[in-house]
Design a protein around this ligand. Structure first.
Ligand SMILES: [Fe+2]
Ligand SMILES: [Fe+2]
Length: 401
């Protein structure tokens, strides 16, 4: 399959450079170039594109307005910004309409890998309509209370980073949106794998404040009480998976990248469930089934959609530019053997932590939920004993306080 990509920039030299730089991709990519927003919209009228990559500041229709228009009229197109204006106020205009932000100048490899990751992840979803809806999903449900707490802390004269951080990591939707900005280069730095507790520190209080004041960055869904409770349950469960996955990773490895990724991927592993709520894949009646991801009722809902919460979460994670480790962990957290890894990884930690928790409680009969073929193939001698050790040592439920 040939991907079709539209590059938009008012500087002819930049387009020329991109054409030259991406020449090696000719066999897989069909490239088209537009000198501005108006021309791009004309191109989109007559041709189908998989991805649009636009500059921000251009005479006439600027990048932000162009992407908003594309989102409205061509929901299946993946939207990238390629701009030198990172860390600029104007970036705030594209944090929602753009899936990812690339800093100008970017190396060919970086452009290639970011575009490929987004396209390949999105195409995990086979259903065209669902893919279109996913491409246009600007945010996933967040807990109202978490937003209120965040605002309250930010109104203080000296907001406390630790407090802000624990509010952020208590909510999957908030973490997911902030992680999008850091995985991609919206604000200059691209810090892909990091300790989830550092999200606030790296983005900075000023930016978080602006995002909170912005209309629609953290979309408040008009959810009923049942749905609100479900969003909270997903966040509570995910926070616990994150803590437990972190502890498992710390026991098995000294590799801080695996440990940090286990914490962040643990927090985000079920973001696909929030996607299901946002896209109204589950109705009010089915909400109680969401709590038991191993239950037949929940699996039936997934089967009817021809996809799963793991795939929906991974597809959005790819669109938002998360690191591959995190995308893979989200995608395979219930059936890790499908990835074919042969040593302990972030996925091992999250899969195991997930299996050990039933909803948000530790469940001592977790073994039957583990992918035993996978664990055997890793050859981790004494692994299950060490897991039991973690639970005993950390005084069971107290570890989550
Ligand atoms: Fe889970
Ligand atoms: Fe799950």
């Amino acid at each position: 399959m040939n991907w079709k990509i539209l590059f938009v920039d008012d500087e002819a030299n930049i387009l020329k450079g991109l054409r030259r730089m991406l020449r090696g991709m000719r066999k897989e990519w069909e490239l088209q170039f537009a000198g501005g927003g108006e021309e791009a919209l004309e191109n989109l009228k007559t041709d189908h594109f998989d991805v649009i990559v636009t500059d921000m500041r251009m005479p006439g229709i600027g990048g932000a307005d162009l992407l908003k228009e594309v989102a409205k009229k061509y929901p299946n197109v993946i939207r990238f910004v390629l701009s030198g204006q990172a860390r600029d106020e104007s970036v705030l205009e594209v944090v929602n309409p753009a899936h990812q932000f690339l800093i100008k100048p970017s190396q060919a490899d970086r452009i290639k890998s970011s575009l490929c990751k987004a396209m390949n992840s999105l195409y995990i979803i086979h259903n065209d309509v669902l893919r279109g809806k996913l491409t246009n999903l600007l945010s996933i449900p967040v807990q109202d209370i978490a937003l209120k707490e965040l605002s309250l802390e930010l109104t203080r004269e000296k907001p406390d980073i630790q407090t802000l951080s624990s509010i952020v990591t208590s909510d999957v939707g908030i973490t997911a949106k902030l992680y999008k900005l850091l995985s991609s280069s919206f604000f200059g730095t691209s810090m892909s794998v990091m300790d989830s507790n550092k999200l606030v520190e790296i983005l900075g209080i000023g930016i978080i404040k602006k995002l909170l004041e912005m209309n629609g960055f953290f979309a408040v869904y008009d959810v009923g009480a049942k749905m609100g409770e479900c969003v909270k349950e997903i966040s509570d469960h995910s926070r616990k998976v994150s803590i437990l996955a972190g502890k498992i990773a710390e026991t098995e490895t000294e590799d801080s990248e695996i440990i940090n990724a286990a914490k962040i991927a643990g927090l985000l592993h079920d973001m696909g469930k929030l996607v299901m709520l946002a896209l109204e894949i589950v109705d009010e009646e089915q909400i109680p089934y969401m709590g038991n991801e191993y239950g037949s009722a929940f699996k039936q809902i997934e089967r009817e959609q021809g996809t799963s919460h793991s795939e929906l979460g991974a597809a959005l994670a790819g669109l938002w530019g998360y690191p591959s480790t995190v995308i893979d962990t989200i995608r395979f957290h219930h059936n890790p053997s499908l990835l074919g890894e042969k040593s302990f990884s972030t996925l091992t930690a999250v899969h195991t932590a997930e299996a050990m928790l039933s909803g948000d409680r530790l469940d001592m009969s977790w073994e039957h939920r583990l992918d035993s073929d996978y664990l055997n193939s890793l050859g981790l001698e004494g692994f299950e004993e060490r897991l039991k050790g973690i639970v005993d040592r950390e005084l069971k439920e107290d570890m989550f306080v």
